[in-house]
Write a protein that binds this ligand. Sequence first.
Ligand SMILES: Cc1cc2nc3c(=O)[nH]c(=O)nc-3n(C[C@H](O)[C@H](O)[C@H](O)COP(=O)(O)OP(=O)(O)OC[C@H]3O[C@@H](n4cnc5c(N)ncnc54)[C@H](O)[C@@H]3O)c2cc1C
Length: 399
Amino acid sequence: MSAELWARAERLRAEIREFCRTTLPSDILHKSSQHLMLTKEEYVRWMRSLQSRGWGVGHWPREYGGLAWSALERFVFEDELGRAGCPWVIPFGVKYVGPVIYTFGTEQQKRRFLAPIVSTDEWWAQGYSEPGAGSDLAGLRTAAERDGDYYIVNGQKCWTTYAQWADWMFCLVRTSRDERAQNGISFLLIDLRSPGVVVNPVRTMDMCHHVNEVWLDNVRVPVENRVGEEGGGWKLAKFLLVNERTYGSGVGESCFALGRLKALAAEMSCGVRSLGEHAAFRRRIDELELRVLVLETVSYQVLTDMLSGREAGAEASMLKIRASEVYQDLIEATVDALGYAGVAYDPQTLHGEGPPLLGPSDAGGILHYHLYNRAATIYGGSTEIQRNIIAKSVLGLPS
Ligand SMILES: Cc1cc2nc3c(=O)[nH]c(=O)nc-3n(C[C@H](O)[C@H](O)[C@H](O)COP(=O)(O)OP(=O)(O)OC[C@H]3O[C@@H](n4cnc5c(N)ncnc54)[C@H](O)[C@@H]3O)c2cc1C
């Protein structure tokens, strides 16, 4: 890593710290650091506050409004936000479909879609998974049949995060059944206000509404909303998945969670001593801290490789497994540290209405967060699938 690159990233780190202290809307930081549910309006305000510095699309090329960040700056950005307890950067527009459109889209698609992604005037959802097509994505069955200048789309998507708020959904559809499964897939941009689209809520085990099923019944989608060639969607789908997996090591969030856990261990009493003074709990925290340090070290190794032009393959899978597991364990330890207060659950408090039933002020959101986080080892490619990728790479088998 060159000294200049490092210095630039450290300048960005200082600016982000300053921004989190002085500019970031405090109501939003308060809710996210206590794991409460943000509304769409709050997420939009959050994304726009990042974009007021150009950071929402800092990793985009300058010609499309970005800051042409290096992989290191991109990492530092997410790392610092995580360390401050900020909400996640909603990825569907800025990280997922935006780069697909500026890399593979037509000039008309770039003019139409990129600006509202930058300004968060349009909210996007990801329409990849279907019943029977999650890990085995190429098994998807949602069909798009050509009718003149339109595709007629029929099928069902599932687990579609925040589709209840979305204006558009980028969607993998099957445009041909005659060939190898991957070859018959196309990448469509679907206006979710089109007739024939129905979005139904699905409650996850925290009893909250994060995900949906999206039904598509004879939905007419203009052919001009297809990105890339007909039947060429698999290449775009994979491009997007690499972006999804490579930058998600979540070191910052883990550091924030670790800090909170240590503070709680000092705060909560257990018998005549604080919880942190008990050897067994102390050891649990120490082990977690070591795992976070290892995650951070490996993240920088992967970044160094990426900066010297090597693609993150099996290493990205290793980071995905380690990051999601350590984070789940940190939140589980926090629930344990809170004792009774950790399991008192009132969905109303998640929306910031009223104090938690029991315990410190951030106890109200923790159980919901713990339960929802079980999904971290499933979405973005489940742990078993990541292990398959690592095994194939180690054994030199075709991927
Ligand atoms: C909270 C949440 C939000 C999500 N948001 C979105 C979204 O916005 N858009 C979207 O498109 N999708 C979304 N997903 C879907 C997610 O990508 C899929 O759940 C994931 O890809 C797994 O697919 P599946 O659920 O169909 O499970 P399956 O693929 O049926 O897998 C079931 C189990 O079998 C294991 N398994 C499967 N194949 C293999 C294999 N070859 N070897 C070993 N083990 C295997 C898996 O690891 C898993 O444990 C979301 C999921 C969750 C839980």
